[in-house]
Design a protein around this ligand. Sequence first.
Ligand code: 4G1
Length: 210
Amino acid sequence: MFAPLRESVIGRAVNGGKLNINVINIRDHAENKHFKCDDYPFGGGAGMVMMPQPIGSAIEAADPEHKAHRIYMSPRGRVFSQKIVTELAAKQDLLLLCGHYEGVDQRVIDMYIDEELSIGDYVLTGGELPAMVVCDCVARYVDGVISGESLKDESFSKGLLEYPQYTRPAVYKGVSVPEVLLSGNHAEVDKWRLEKSLEITKKNRPDLLK
Ligand code: 4G1
């Protein structure tokens, strides 16, 4: 499931030794004959719950001295944001637990987890994609993963959605790039970009303007 983290920007950073991503299969820590990791919920109801033993053993093996900030990816968590990315980027080690089925036994959350994070309000089959979202966002802040310039640019435009971007050719299928971008007038370009940012933000994310 975590193959995407071996590709592109994050993959290159991993291969270049800038950061380590250690993927652990809970099943490898199951102490029962068939490596079973799920069971029926006490109290009844639909679906299955992840058993505490394989998860507890996996966490104790991965982080025996509780050096990592331990996160359970869960729809019950506080909602992930760029603010939280910068918080997490300050930590030396993160451990991300992913649920499946109806989630994990509450006792492993109470015993092992520091906080719960959600990437948003929709139903998923598991916490793996959310964990990859957190990895991708936080990895960008690890030294040497991307240029410091790219990180600076985000705080610059903070609060507004981004303006439209264009590259060569100046005419594509008969459609020209906005004239101002070819003018060489940097003050006019900045003014146009701010106008576009405001227009797009007003239309799609009026909440950001309040
Ligand atoms: C009730 C969404 C259940 C889902 C209400 C964002 C979703 C982990 C996330 C669910 C998950 C809503 C997330 C739901 C997630 C156990 C395994 C929980 C998958 C699971 C709105 C299924 N951010 N969802 N339940 O999706 O793990 O982090």
